[in-house]
Design a binder for this molecule. Structure first.
Ligand code: PLP
Length: 402
């Protein structure tokens, strides 16, 4: 069988993710890993989920939990999310919310909904690798979205038109971004809205890390700023993608999209065609645990991760040689390192795994244009403070010798 002949043209842009390959390294005990940006399982509210699942079966809700349900998602969960959204400055109803299998599925569905082959998606350089993976299946071209940049709407439109294309949306990871750890400030969010209004395009606001702020001032979501301008979510072009993966449990694959009901209704049709609906049992359990202790859980993980963030920043200051720069995230899980321009993150990783036994993600994969070879992403979410100090000391030694 010549499989290449059997595949559609879109399969040509599907590549194995470097990060997924690297996750296999986490199991090797001699490696200190700053690679996978995943939550620390010791922080999962496992006992609360055990109780929630037991209660569902003990309280005569088993039939509902085990049955098919609606594609929009479990109503009490959407009600809970709507209240959370309102607290963030996004007053909305349950018709403005669809539950998805993590925010990853939301990105896939939004690509499917809006991108025809050759359409332009605006993304930051670098951007979340999983977003590129999701959008690539719909064969877009990419152009560079610059926060607070001075490129005009006309310039973006002209660049697209020259390529026989049309700009369809701007996508960004707004809070403590994956991979840079950086946050779009209020001015940058307003500027994105101005740009989107002029281009008449959608804005995809990836808020996967929104709750994980450790210091600094909370900045209203792009969707909240747009509602403040236009008075009503139904008039807004921003689609907010939320997730329970970083706060409660990624294994239960529960995220959501919040936005104008016309767009949400289309996403519900995609959900129906794609997998009918999220697991009913998982949605019920997420709802119970969120209702009982979301605030306390967020407080707990913020305390743990912020201490690790502090440990990493302190260790970087102590151990990095001259010429190395890094970000100072106010939340999330990542610090982004820029090495001297002659260095290559992928080559450094190969050497690191042989000698110093520290894993990280080379940054090049996060750039839609293949640049960024001298960058690396470090995650501080899984290692304790002593291990972070040791791992960064080793990494500093490796970079100094390179
Ligand atoms: C920026 C960003 N968006 C979306 C996702 C997808 O997460 P999930 O599908 O678990 O909600 C991730 C996961 O790491 C992420 O980093």
């Amino acid at each position: 069988m010549d499989w290449e002949n059997a595949f559609a043209s879109r399969a040509g842009r599907m590549k194995a993710s470097e990060i997924r390959e690297l996750l296999k390294l986490l199991d090797r005990p001699e490696i200190i890993s700053f690679a996978g940006g995943i939550p620390d399982p010791d922080l999962f509210p496992a006992e609360a989920f055990r109780k929630a699942m037991n209660d569902i079966f003990a309280e005569g809700r088993a039939e509902a939990a085990l049955q098919y349900s609606i594609s929009e998602g479990y109503v009490p969960l959407r009600q809970w999310i709507a209240a959370q959204m309102a607290a963030l400055g996004i007053p909305c109803g349950i018709d403005n919310i669809v539950i998805t299998s993590g925010s990853q599925q939301a990105l896939d569905y939004l690509g499917k909904l809006m991108l025809s082959p050759g359409d332009t998606a605006l993304v930051t350089w670098p951007t979340y690798l999983g977003a590129l993976g999701a959008f690539n299946a719909y064969e877009p071209r990419y152009d560079r979205l610059i926060a607070n940049g001075n490129r005009s709407a006309a310039d973006y439109a002209e660049a697209a038109s020259k390529a026989g294309s049309k700009v369809k949306f701007a996508y960004m990871s707004v809070d403590f971004a994956n991979p840079t750890g950086e946050t779009f400030n209020r001015q940058a969010r307003e500027a994105i809205l101005d740009l989107a209004d002029r281009l008449d395009i959608a804005v995809i606001e990836d808020a996967a890390y929104q709750a994980l702020r450790y210091d600094g001032e909370t900045i209203p979501p792009v969707l909240a700023l747009e509602i403040a301008r236009k008075g009503d979510i139904e008039k807004c072009r921003t689609l907010y993608c939320g997730s329970f993966s970083k706060t409660l449990a990624p294994g239960l694959r529960t995220g959501w999209v919040c936005g104008a009901s016309e767009a949400i209704r289309k996403l519900v049709l995609l959900k129906q065609a794609g997998d009918l609906h999220n697991s009913t049992l998982n949605q019920m359990a997420i709802h119970s645990v969120a209702e009982a202790q979301f605030g306390a859980q967020v407080k707990k993980i913020r305390a743990a991760y912020s201490a690790r963030r502090d440990a990493m920043l302190k260790a970087l200051k102590r151990h990095m040689p001259k010429g190395v720069q890094w970000t100072h995230p106010e939340g999330g899980m990542f610090v982004w390192i820029t090495l001297p321009s002659r260095m290559n993150g992928a080559a450094l990783l190969a050497r690191s795994l042989e000698t110093e036994k520290v894993a990280f993600v080379p940054g090049g994969a996060f750039f839609a244009d293949g640049s960024g070879a001298n960058t690396i992403r470090l995650s501080f979410s899984r290692a304790d403070e002593r291990t972070i100090e040791e791992g960064i000391a080793r990494l500093g030694r490796l970079i100094a010798a390179a």
